[in-house]
Design a protein around this ligand. Structure first.
Ligand code: SF4
Ligand code: SF4
Ligand code: SF4
Length: 217
């Protein structure tokens, strides 16, 4: 079974974890779920370090088989005052209050115990309601598979001890990924450095924290 299938299987279980099935398998899976409950994944992105090389976009597309002309992540180029050019990598924020979840008529998209906002490819019917509901325009309808698609925080990689593909590919360490509940580089950076999130007025509580994010992007 490939990583993706394993992840989907695990996700399917986590979604149904409230159900009562008294088996040994359930007990071991339950302990897995409770471990995930302690986690809260997020990013710290230093806009000052991004120089728009697009390595993250390419690595993401390759890793996640993103169709041509569709994107799970983009790098916005912006000209600031006095002609300064900045680059802002953007992707799904895995919001704590995700407005994309409720409109789904078949519960194909949901927030997992680890806070990741997941799409279950086997359940999605491609109605596009979640795509319209995301105020960040972070989702798209996959033109090949006919279902919703977006950044997954590379969940198939992180649970096997790897970093998200975009993080690994970044030559300047502009993107750092980790568990916000752990005492790691991401949480330490967020505590030590002034950060902001995209469009806080949406009240979605994004889990991607930027250093030097311009007011408007
Ligand atoms: S950024 Fe959009 S797609 Fe991602 S969790 Fe937030 S509302 Fe949902
Ligand atoms: S496109 Fe899929 S995930 Fe999105 S609302 Fe429709 S069924 Fe749910
Ligand atoms: S975390 Fe994974 S899916 Fe999300 S932008 Fe990075 S490479 Fe793409």
């Amino acid at each position: 079974m490939n990583d993706k299938k394993v992840t989907l299987k695990r996700r399917g279980f986590l979604k149904a974890a409230g159900a009562t099935v008294a088996t040994v398998a359930l007990m071991s899976k339950t302990s897995e779920a409770s471990n995930e409950k302690n986690k809260k994944f997020g990013f710290y992105i230093d806009v000052d370090k991004c120089y728009g090389c697009m390595s993250c976009v390419v690595a993401c597309a390759e890793e996640n088989h993103v169709p041509l002309n569709s994107f799970r992540t983009k790098v916005r180029r912006q000209v600031e005052d006095k002609g300064k050019v900045i680059f802002v990598p953007i992707q799904c924020n895995h919001c704590e209050n995700p407005p994309c979840v409720k409109p789904c008529p078949v519960n194909a998209t949901y927030k997992g115990p680890d806070g990741l906002v997941v799409i279950d490819d086997n359940v999605c019917i491609g109605c596009g309601k979640c795509v319209k509901a995301c105020p960040y325009n972070a989702r798209f309808l996959d033109p090949i598979r006919g279902i919703a698609n977006k950044c997954s925080f590379c969940d198939h990689r992180i649970y096997s001890g790897k970093l998200p593909a975009c993080v690994e590919a970044c030559p300047t360490t502009a993107k750092i990924f980790g568990d916000l509940n752990a005492d790691g580089e991401v949480s330490k950076s967020i505590k030590a450095i002034k950060t902001s999130v995209r469009n806080p007025e949406f009240k979605t509580k994004p889990k991607i924290f930027f250093k030097s994010l311009p007011k408007k992007i």
